[in-house]
Design a protein around this ligand. Structure first.
Ligand SMILES: *Cc1c(COP(=O)(O)O)cnc(C)c1O
Length: 403
């Protein structure tokens, strides 16, 4: 195999990794486009892309070139100086996001931390000393203290109390619960939701995207910040550059990460409208915020998504895949949900074991979330032949599983 340097693992010694991940007993040594390869050369179709991270596929030449060239030029200076690649990346991201101010972070959770800080400062600027943020059931916002407190999943929170205060939880999709909270809590300053819940099972609110439009109206009415977590749904994934673009509204604060760096760890918190101007000099920062290397990767990822029309491709391929699933799995009691290339197949029974079945029997990497939802997040640049390959393997597997 070409160009693979194997890690010097000492197999006669114990692993020293903190055992926080439930890992599958397989490792990949190389990736190319939509495919991953083990050391013996076995090829796997990657329909997960590191959980919506490698949107351009593995080893994309433009990203590789950007990393290699920048690594041999300048990795890091500091935000004590102007960083031209950071400025350029922010210009690109503003163009595709419709947002005005951008702060680069290093992960999704960190981007959401930034959003939470913006909401709190927004409250303090109005004399609200104990500002509260509305969040939803079944949400996922990250693993830091504030973001796990905002997350609507007990498993993420258990063992880590006391949680960060200042979050009010409502059922996802329940507008009345938000209106009720507005009456009971005069100190609410923001609502934070995912446009489509990823970890929660690839779900919009039951009423669809009109939920976001209703939230926008409520936020306008009460002078709250509308904040969207687009860590997973952003960067072309759902067939729009950002999922909020399926609606005719725009949030005040938006976060993203995952597909923003195609595997390079970088995220962003962005503002427009009443979110602008809240954070000022000295309010926020990070040593690694928008390094020359990370910023150049962001610039290159966005440039590639634009030049190769990948948002359009995600929309078209997504529509095709979902139609095929609906036809070919007709009568199987499977609910197919798709937004571009963020696709969920809800099965009539728990199906966590399909992760192993897909990998071992169908050479297909996927994920099962919320117990019974097969989640597919393939690369945005898959072609029709690859879509057909994915469809064929999934249909076979699901039919066998439900037979
Ligand atoms: C993955 C994810 C996060 C957390 O991102 P990290 O980079 O793992 O910190 C937050 N919100 C959503 C919606 C996510 O999917």
């Amino acid at each position: 195999m070409n160009n693979v340097t194997f890690a010097p693992v000492k197999t006669d010694q114990p692993s020293h990794l903190m055992p926080v991940f439930g890992r599958q007993q397989i490792s990949f040594v190389r990736g190319q486009g939509s495919y991953l390869y083990t050391a013996d050369g076995t090829e796997y179709f990657d329909a997960l892309t590191g959980i919506a991270v490698c949107g351009l596929g593995h080893s994309h030449p433009a990203v590789t070139e950007a990393i290699v060239d920048q690594a041999s030029t300048l990795l890091h200076t500091s935000n004590l100086f102007e960083v031209p690649w950071q400025t350029a990346a922010a210009q690109k991201l503003a163009e595709v996001s419709g947002m005005e101010e951008i702060f680069f972070s290093n992960s999704g959770a960190e981007s959401n931390e930034g959003a939470i800080k913006i909401a709190r400062k927004f409250g303090h600027l109005q004399g609200i000393s104990n500002p509260k943020i509305i969040v939803a059931d079944h949400s996922f916002h990250g693993r830091t203290m504030a973001t796990l407190s905002a997350t609507g999943n007990k498993k993420v929170q258990d063992g880590f109390g006391p949680l960060v205060e200042g979050f009010i939880r409502v059922p996802f999709g329940d507008i009345e619960a938000i209106e009720e909270a507005a009456i009971n809590h005069p100190d609410i300053v923001a609502i934070l939701v995912e446009p489509i819940q990823g970890e929660g099972g690839v779900n919009t609110a039951p009423q669809g995207f009109s939920y976001l439009e209703d939230i926008r109206q409520i936020c306008n009415q009460h002078n709250w910040l509308m904040m969207l977590d687009e860590v997973q749904t952003g960067n072309g994934r759902t067939g729009k550059y950002f999922a909020y673009q399926h609606t005719n509204i725009i949030p005040d604060v938006m976060t993203t990460a995952k597909g923003l760096g195609n595997g390079f760890p970088i995220g962003a918190v962005m503002t427009q409208g009443r979110g602008v101007g809240v954070l000022t000099a000295g309010n926020h920062g990070s040593t690694y915020s928008g390094t020359p290397l990370g910023s150049r990767v962001v610039y290159t990822v966005i440039d590639t998504i634009q030049k190769d029309n990948l948002v359009e491709n995600a929309a078209n391929m997504g529509t095709y895949i979902v139609e095929q699933f609906k036809q070919q799995l007709d009568g199987q009691n499977v609910t197919v949900r798709g937004f571009g290339l963020m696709i969920g197949l809800e099965l009539p029974k728990p199906c966590a074991q399909l992760v192993d079945v897909a990998r071992d029997e169908y050479k297909l990497i996927l994920n099962v979330t919320a117990g019974s939802v097969i989640r597919l997040l393939p690369a945005l640049n898959i072609d029709k032949a690859q879509a057909d390959q994915l469809i064929e393997r999934i249909v076979k597997m699901v039919k066998a599983f439900l037979a």
